[in-house]
Ligand binder design. Structure first.
Ligand code: LAC
Length: 300
């Protein structure tokens, strides 16, 4: 069973993708019970005819007890300038959720989506002491898809013509798009773009969420699909290699922080941490990103 904590735009979009693809039974958990029940009633109509999956809504955490996967999308409020604006209330929330998950389904794989993503992923893993391979923060794969989209727009090509568009580090202003790796039609982009253009694209990737905030209130489908891809990889046991936030034990020279790095995911959760080649500037930016997240953790 897949339990989704939070029945807002993101949680319900994830539930819809899981149910309409018959991945597994889904439980929507929400503070407001009627909201969870209402969304489950609606999404029940997206269950394919020959499918055996079901979806239920509740406000009772004890119902998550036999979850294989728990997705945390809950939010205590709106942030406008920075994803860390509501960090204090989000931390209180994640600690409560951690207690419930530790009590009801300690062997589940946990996908953190709530912001500030890297801080919450780190705090959740420390609070529960679950294996770091079972606590995955979903965001850098979303940032990477934005990087790919923005490059396809700039060069007027299909997104499929952009490969190895990877963003690592904080799901925030210090995230690091890897220009040294990305290719257009198999050609390294560094031959096609100036440093000034790199800076512009980097800023656009970092601020993508603000454009969505301005145009449609907040992101929904991108983050939902990237979370669904991880859920599918776990349930189908198909290896998926993406950047995701994980608590580091020395990889990329970092400890005591969770941030987006390349990982291989399957039924076990994080199967492997991948150390890829970065140029000197990217290494430096990644260090700054790790320290930015650590500074936020220290504020708690
Ligand atoms: C965003 C949210 C998911 O980047 O943090 O849209």
């Amino acid at each position: 069973m897949i339990s989704i904590i939070g029945s807002g735009r993101v949680g319900t979009a994830i539930a819809f993708l899981c149910i309409s693809n018959s991945l597994d039974d889904v439980l929507l958990v929400n503070r407001t019970k009627t909201k969870a029940i209402g969304e489950a009633l609606d999404i029940s109509n997206a269950i394919p005819e020959k499918s055996n999956v079901s979806i239920r809504g509740t406000d009772d955490f004890s119902k998550i007890s036999d979850s294989d996967i728990v997705v945390v999308t809950a939010s205590t409020g709106i942030y406008l300038k920075n994803r860390t604006e509501i960090m204090d209330t989000q931390i209180l929330m994640i600690k409560e959720i951690a207690k419930q998950i530790k009590k009801h389904c300690p062997s589940a794989i946990i996908l953190i989506v709530s912001n500030p993503l890297d801080v919450l992923t780190y705090i959740f893993q420390k609070e529960t002491q679950l294996s770091r391979n079972k606590v995955i923060g979903i965001a850098s794969s979303l940032d990477s898809s934005r990087f790919r989209y923005l490059l396809s727009e700039k060069f007027n090509v299909k997104q499929s013509q952009i490969t190895d568009a990877i963003v690592l580090g904080e799901h925030g202003d210090s995230m690091v798009p890897l220009f040294s790796r990305v290719k257009i039609n198999q050609k390294n982009i560094l031959e096609l773009i100036t440093e000034e253009e790199e800076k512009i694209i980097s800023t656009e990737v970092q601020n993508y969420w603000k454009s969505l905030r301005l145009l449609k209130s907040r992101s929904q489908f991108g983050i939902a699909k990237h979370t669904f891809d991880v859920i599918k990889s776990i349930i189908k046991n198909n290896d998926l290699t993406i950047p995701a936030s994980i608590v580091l034990n020395g990889e990329y020279g970092e400890k005591e922080v969770s941030m987006g790095i390349p990982v291989k995911i399957n039924r076990q959760g994080i199967k492997e941490v991948l150390e890829i080649k970065l140029n000197e500037s990217e290494k430096e930016l990644l260090k700054i990103s790790a320290q930015t997240i650590r500074n936020n953790i220290k504020l708690l």
